[in-house]
Design a protein around this ligand. Structure first.
Ligand code: ATP
Ligand code: MG
Length: 425
């Protein structure tokens, strides 16, 4: 992608007074645009990050054997009456048709998936059944002041599993827990697994996945080393204690809930009368689990956890592009043309080798402004081609999270870039 062709631009003056770091940086760097409180357009760079995150989530859910589907956001009131949630879920957006009918805008999809599964699951042979989707959710949040951490319209991966026995559900639940740890670590987030009280779903097991960042709303006691965490309100451990899992030291910190998994038991099967026939012909309730990841909140959590005073520092795995190429004007226009031709050749070479590269090819922008934009946007590797580097037949190489740069010869740059892209972050 050439910067000169990019639809969005950076805007360093936008939202200086905002309370939320993620909203400010994502807006200034041109990843999102706020339509109203809690509602955002995802601009090209932001959409790239969203797709990268969703792809990681998809890969890990597919490994569990789950099937991807896509469910409607427009949901009939009757389903929400059946579960008694039409009047009891305060964040539910309700809409009135020009006919008498009323609908909910999907805040969650238990009310859609349970009757759906009823059409496909009849006997023990149809179980377990696991479906997931990545979709837009709507919630009438009163406090939509934390940027993409708390949207009124946001993206979520939600997965639902259906089982014949508690044992089968428990085994699957544990596998999802491991898969979630993998998703968050692939996204470069430091996440703790916190056993949750379960809220309205008490009695049944539930775990929250808390990303460590000072922007978090929840206070947790977490292990310095392993993924153990506990909500500080219900904690049986305290900071400086030894971790019950690995013995390392516990510390107190803030967390953002990026995922949540629930063993729902028969809550929704009871409501919808979802049964299956056992091998010996009995009718039994289906057991159910549900598993959410807030994919756009996760992006906000990454920004909160990984930035400096100059801008975002994306982990390689989710960055909109791995490489940010900058070509600088020289005083002499002939030299400027040489710089441009060299950058253009590298851009073409990388692009045809399948390496995605973002090239700041703008002709009328100063070096200072290009560098400030590169820091703000936060792509992991910045390559600079200028009059000075050309003299040495080289490219300046600077990784976003490091302060020093180095020179790599033009001859070796392709190879070095390949190595950089493939080495783990
Ligand atoms: P919270 O307690 O933060 O309001 P929740 O527990 O109500 O969230 P769940 O119903 O468990 O949320 O939804 C699954 C996941 O969706 C959450 O773990 C979170 O990552 C994400 N999520 C929930 N609400 C929002 C929101 N308003 N904006 C963005 N992501 C959200
Ligand atoms: Mg939750």
């Amino acid at each position: 992608m050439r910067y000169s062709c990019l639809f969005s631009q950076t805007n360093k003056t936008a939202l200086h007074d905002t309370e939320s770091v993620n909203a400010r940086l994502l807006t200034q760097a041109g990843f999102v645009d706020q339509e109203m409180a809690g509602v955002y357009t995802w601009l090209p760079l932001g959409l790239s990050v969203m797709k990268n995150v969703e792809q990681i989530v998809r890969e890990e859910m597919n490994k569990l054997g789950a099937s991807e589907i896509f469910m409607p956001s427009l949901q009939p009131k009757e389903y929400w009456d059946i579960t008694n949630r039409w009047n009891n879920v305060d964040i539910l957006f309700k809409i009135q048709s020009q006919t008498e009918k009323q609908y909910a805008l999907g805040a969650s999809h238990e009310e859609v998936v349970t009757p759906l599964v009823q059409k496909f699951v009849h006997s023990y042979r149809d179980l377990p059944a696991v479906v997931y989707q990545i979709n837009t959710k709507f919630r009438d949040e009163l406090r939509a002041k934390s940027g993409v951490l708390r949207g009124r319209e946001f993206r979520m991966k939600d997965m639902y599993s259906f089982h014949a026995t508690q044992e089968d559900l428990t085994v699957f639940y544990e596998r999802v827990l491991r898969a979630y740890v993998d998703v968050f670590s692939r996204c470069g987030l430091n996440v703790k697994v916190v056993q949750a009280s379960g809220g309205i779903f008490t009695q049944n097991p539930s775990h929250e996945f808390q990303a460590i960042t000072s922007a978090g709303e929840d206070v947790i006691v977490a292990c310095e080393k392993c993924e153990f965490g506990q909500n500080s309100e219900v904690a049986t451990v305290q900071e400086n204690n030894a971790c019950p899992m690995c013995g390392a030291k516990l510390f107190k910190t803030k967390g953002v809930e990026v995922g949540n998994i629930f063993d729902l038991g028969t809550k929704y099967s009871d409501a919808f009368d979802l049964n299956f026939s056992t091998e010996d012909g009995q009718r039994k309730r289906v057991l159910m689990g549900c598993y959410g990841i807030g994919t756009t909140r996760l992006i906000g959590a990454i920004v909160e956890a990984s930035h400096d005073e100059k801008g975002i520092i994306w982990p390689k795995s989710v960055a909109p592009y791995p490489i940010h190429l900058v070509s600088l004007n020289a005083k002499d226009s002939v030299v400027t043309d040489q710089v441009y031709a060299t950058a253009s050749a590298l851009y073409d070479e990388c692009t045809s080798a399948g390496i995605e590269i973002f090239w700041d090819d703008r002709a009328d922008v100063s070096a200072g402004e290009k560098f400030a934009d590169a820091d703000l946007i936060g792509i992991p590797l910045r390559l600079v081609i200028s009059e000075r580097t050309l003299r040495e037949n080289a490219v300046e190489w600077k990784e976003r999270y490091l302060s020093e740069s180095k020179q790599v010869s033009l001859e070796n740059i392709r190879e070095e870039v390949e190595l950089f892209i493939h080495e783990p972050s």
